[in-house]
Structure formats: structure tokens, C-alpha cells
Design a protein around this ligand. Structure first.
Ligand SMILES: *Cc1c(COP(=O)(O)O)cnc(C)c1O
Length: 227
């Protein structure tokens, strides 16, 4: 390993230790390694990280091949999933946090067979208008709910949300609290799924997400540095 990589690894380990000290019991940090080399993932792994997040399927496939000696990584997909990538996603990731439409949910349901383990899913919801982002508006999700629960192969674990850029701290806090309340309401409505997961909080707002009861933060830059 070169001296520069060593320094990087030490820095990654340090940032992970700092982040861990802030995490309450039951909140996990998913290390988002998109656009970062596998050497960065190895450094995080050496520091004890097992949850890795990526936003492009092709990148997951390439990195998994290079990291085949680390079989106990849990791969979290967090990007927009195109229909034609669903089979590749099922073969390569353990979680999909970004199920963002009924159509995609139906497509995933059809792709699950006895040979392919059913991935754990989060439904992506927008709690503030954000034309740049995929996902259901909260009331749209309620309208689609019965159709979703009719998809028998799906293993829906909860919700995922992203706070739009440019909100104030107070607005972001309110948005995360709204997500938490909406999830609690959905638990009452849900017949099949326990909905224990709330995937929210990124490098610039994870502390607010923790205060609002997130169960999984997705942090890239905090661990790996700027992209
Ligand atoms: C990139 C990304 C993250 C991580 O963002 P950071 O600002 O690097 O922490 C989290 N969630 C999603 C959906 C992302 O695309």
C-alpha cells in the first residue's frame, strides 16, 4: 500500500470512529462509497464497516468483483433503479432503499424467484416538493398502498427519504419529523409489513435525522471525504 493510501485509510478509520460515537443504539450508518475506489471500501471494512451504499448497479457489480474476498458486506442500493437493471440489482444487492414507484415495485415483485433472494426494500417518499428527485408524494403512496401490499413477494422494511437541498435546519428537522409521523401512521395501516426502518440522513443532515428517530443514515462524504 502506498503512503498516500495509508494516510487515507487512517483518515477513513478516524472518521468512522467519530461517527460511531454519535450513533445511538439501533441506528446504523451505511457508508456510501459511490465514485470512490475499492481501496476506500477496504479501509472502511478494516474499521469494522459492513454496510456499503452505492447508487449505480454497474458500480456495485464491478466493486463486488474486486471485493470478492469480503463476502460479509451488506450492499445497499440507494440510487434510481431503471426497470432494465432490476434483475442485476436482485443478483447483486441486499437492500434497495430507493423503490420509487408502484411500477418499479411491480417489476421487482415479478423478478423475484425462488433462485433469487428477495431484497429488503424501502419505499422512497418525498416530504417536500422536489422535482429533481424520484419517489412518491406521501398522499400518492397512500393511494398506492393496497396495490403495493398485494405484491406478495415483496419484503418492504420501511421508508426512505432525502431532504431537498437548500432547506433551513428548522425545515429539515420538520421534514424528518414528518417522515417519522407518516411512517407511524403507515404502520397502523399496514397489514403485512412491520415497517421498522426509516432510512434518512446524509452527511449534511444526519444529526437532525438521528434526533427524529432515523434507523439508517446514509453517509458518504463524512466517511470518505469529498467526491
Ligand atoms: C450520495 C447519496 C448519499 C450520501 O451523501 P453524502 O452527502 O456523501 O453523505 C446518501 N443517500 C443518497 C440517496 C445518495 O445519493
Amino acid at each position: 500500500m502506498s503512503e498516500i493510501e495509508l494516510t487515507n485509510s487512517a483518515r477513513i478509520a478516524q472518521r468512522i470512529a467519530e461517527l460511531r460515537s454519535e450513533l445511538p443504539q439501533g441506528v446504523r450508518a451505511i457508508a456510501v462509497s459511490k465514485y470512490k475506489p475499492v481501496s476506500a471500501i477496504r479501509a472502511a471494512y478494516a474499521a469494522g464497516v459492513r454496510d456499503i451504499g452505492e447508487s449505480r448497479i454497474q458500480e456495485v457489480i464491478e466493486k463486488r468483483q474486486l471485493l470478492a474476498d469480503l463476502p460479509d458486506i451488506t450492499w445497499h442500493f440507494i440510487g434510481h433503479l431503471q426497470s432494465n437493471k432490476v434483475n442485476a440489482a436482485l443478483a447483486n444487492v441486499d437492500w434497495i432503499h430507493s423503490v420509487d414507484s408502484l411500477k418499479l415495485a411491480q417489476r421487482i415483485d415479478r423478478a423475484i424467484t425462488s433462485d433469487v433472494p428477495s431484497p429488503k426494500l424501502c419505499l422512497q417518499v418525498k416530504f417536500a416538493p422536489d422535482p429533481d428527485k424520484f419517489g412518491w408524494e406521501a398522499d400518492e403512496l397512500l393511494r398506492d398502498w393496497d396495490d403495493l401490499e398485494a405484491l406478495e413477494r415483496l419484503d418492504v422494511r420501511g421508508l426512505m427519504t432525502i431532504a431537498p437541498l437548500g432547506l433551513t435546519e428548522g425545515e429539515t428537522r420538520a421534514l424528518f419529523e414528518r417522515a417519522q409521523q407518516f411512517l407511524q401512521g403507515l404502520r397502523v395501516k399496514a397489514k403485512r409489513w412491520a415497517l421498522e426502518e426509516l432510512s434518512m440522513g446524509m452527511s449534511n443532515d444526519y444529526r437532525l435525522a438521528i434526533a427524529a428517530g432515523t434507523t439508517a443514515i446514509r453517509v458518504g462524504r463524512t466517511i470518505f471525504g469529498e467526491r
